[in-house]
Design a protein around this ligand. Structure first.
Ligand code: GLA
Ligand code: ZN
Length: 542
């Protein structure tokens, strides 16, 4: 397909605002040597570009944009709304989020605004609009980057009000809500919309991570996945053909990225594997990010050397960054971008790797490796851009299922959705079989094999869709803990795996949980035996 870019974007987050002007000039020279052609700017500059409630100041940002435009960079322009300016929080404390224990946060840190605060919305929208107006004519701005790593949940009164509005829109009547959440259980029946409160540690999620009603907890995540179109719309209202993205975080549990991708022009994501993350897990996450839109994606961030926020921030070994970058391209990326281009001298990211280290020169291993990669990528021209990966195997990934499975109470706390998906992914990966990560509403007909591990939640229409796939000759692989509940987390009655029972030809009568020190053995008719653990089904072949 046609790529959204004219060249592979190679660069990353760049914060010249943290440095004196001499450094900018030096940077431009170094970056040229490294074949860097792109910079992501203005990610955390709200306080600088709006020093007070009634005042914008774009002097410095103009200079940065001019400098990069003169060097013909592909600029990724962020909207700066992920960290609030101190004046805003002082005057409007409600712009800060309230956590799951009901504590309203003070000024500080980042990613902790309340997306439903009307004040926040007003200022974020105004800023995005102002930026779009100011830079709409700049041909070097290739991408608009909304906010940064969305994800924080808020449980304040504003969010509660909005949640009720969302629920009214979804269910229409309170009877329907009561029915969906099965509130007859523990006598949680609602007689008025105002009785519904946000599910957090003061209410339904009082037992650390688990919930008394997975229906309400899952709906709160769905509600949050529907927020946040505001800034995108503001940019588009001024620049209708802007290429808009926001940087996602792979298998992040908090937001339904399949829903989000529909609202984005291109998917971008930040890849921060730990020293012990299997490469197959990284590959799977790239495939998931490609699968969100079934299109090439942007690698918005990776570190050229090390992170600062993991338990053990190991260096990438010589050649590792290069290899991981090629892995990224091979899985469908059209950009390789770093966090960040120059390492900061203060703040909690001073130990986060960058293309230019604290020594301040280009005479480092990391710089040289970056430059080598830059040269190689440049030599590819447009050959890899927009290329597609063809896969005969699809693996279903579904955020509703992720939430319901992990918020549910029982049968084991050790069952983790992403690990199970990876388990199946790894099998194909080790055989070099290309895989697409697909949504439940995807086009199944493209595949010979579809794996749907722990397909706990079988929503309306899925039974028919999966059966059709199999009738047409497809092979469906599913597992234990599948077909158990409907979209509201109420059990499909009549024996597990519910709607999949007929097709699977088994009836699971009971599910046994094994503690970590316990295991069991499965014997097959060919005499082979395998160890099993976690959950064991007492099952009848039908
Ligand atoms: C995230 C953020 C960046 C930076 C990096 C550090 O991806 O988007 O601003 O904090 O982490 O790893
Ligand atoms: Zn809130």
């Amino acid at each position: 397909m046609q790529s959204k870019f004219k060249r592979i974007l190679f660069g990353g987050d760049y914060n010249p605002n943290q440095w004196p002007k001499e450094v900018w000039e030096q940077d431009m020279a170094y970056f040229k040597d490294a074949h860097i052609n792109s910079a992501t700017i203005n990610v955390f500059s709200w306080a600088k570009i709006q020093p007070s409630e009634n005042e914008y100041n774009f002097t410095e940002l103009d200079e940065i944009v001019d400098m990069l435009s003169n060097e013909n960079y592909d600029i990724v322009m962020a909207t700066s709304t992920a960290a609030l300016p101190a004046w805003m929080v002082k005057k409007y404390p409600e712009t800060m989020s309230t956590d799951s224990e009901g504590r309203q946060h003070k000024f500080g840190a980042r990613h902790n605004f309340c997306p439903n605060s009307l004040v926040y919305q007003k200022y974020a929208k105004a800023l995005a609009t102002e930026l779009a107006k100011r830079y709409s004519g700049n041909k070097n701005i290739s991408v608009w980057h909304i906010n940064n790593e969305y994800g924080g949940y808020c449980y304040c009164d504003n969010c509660q009000k909005q949640f009720r509005v969302w629920l009214k829109d979804k269910y229409k009547t309170l009877d329907a809500v009561n029915d969906a959440w099965n509130t007859e259980f523990w006598g949680h029946t609602f007689y008025d919309w105002d009785e519904i409160v946000v599910p957090n540690e003061l209410s339904e999620e009082a037992w650390g991570g688990m919930t008394s009603f997975a229906g309400i907890s899952t709906d709160y995540r769905r509600f949050y996945s529907d927020s946040y179109k505001l800034e995108r719309d503001a940019v588009k209202s001024i620049i209708p053909d802007a290429l808009v993205t926001t940087n996602l975080m792979g298998t992040f549990k908090g937001l339904d990225y399949f829903k989000w991708a529909k609202e984005m022009d291109i998917v971008s994501w930040d890849n921060y594997p730990a020293y012990d993350t299997p490469w197959s897990m990284v590959a799977m996450t790239h495939d998931l990010m490609r699968g969100l839109k079934d299109e090439p994606f942007m690698l918005m961030e990776q570190t050229p050397s090390q992170q600062n926020w993991q338990h053990y921030n190991s260096l990438k070994r010589p050649g590792q960054m290069r290899a991981q970058s090629y892995q990224t391209i091979a899985h469908g990326a059209d950009t390789i971008q770093f966090f960040q281009l120059r390492r900061s001298k203060g703040g909690c990211e001073k130990f986060h790797g960058a293309v230019i280290a604290h020594v301040g020169t280009n005479d480092t291993r990391v710089f040289k490796e970056t430059a080598q990669l830059g040269r190689e990528l440049e030599s590819f021209g447009t050959r890899t851009l927009g290329t597609r990966n063809k896969s005969d195997v699809g693996i279903i990934f579904d955020w509703d299922n992720y939430w319901a499975l992990e918020y549910t109470s029982g049968p084991t706390q050790d069952l983790k959705y992403v690990d199970q998906i990876h388990h199946y992914y790894e099998y194909f990966y080790n055989k070099n079989i290309s895989i697409d990560m697909i949504p439940v509403d995807g086009d199944f007909s493209k595949y010979k094999v579809i794996a749907a591990p722990v397909l706990y939640m079988v929503k309306e229409g899925m039974k028919e869709k999966l059966e059709q796939f199999v009738k047409n000759g497809g092979t469906l692989i599913t597992t234990f803990m599948s077909g158990i509940v409907d979209q509201s987390d109420n059990v499909h009655l009549g024996g597990y795996p519910g709607p999949l029972r007929e097709m699977a030809g088994v009836w699971v009568e009971e599910i046994d949980a094994l503690a970590p020190e316990q295991s069991n053995t499965v014997s097959f008719s060919d005499g082979k035996e395998y160890k099993c653990n976690l959950l064991c089904d007492l099952m009848h072949p039908e």
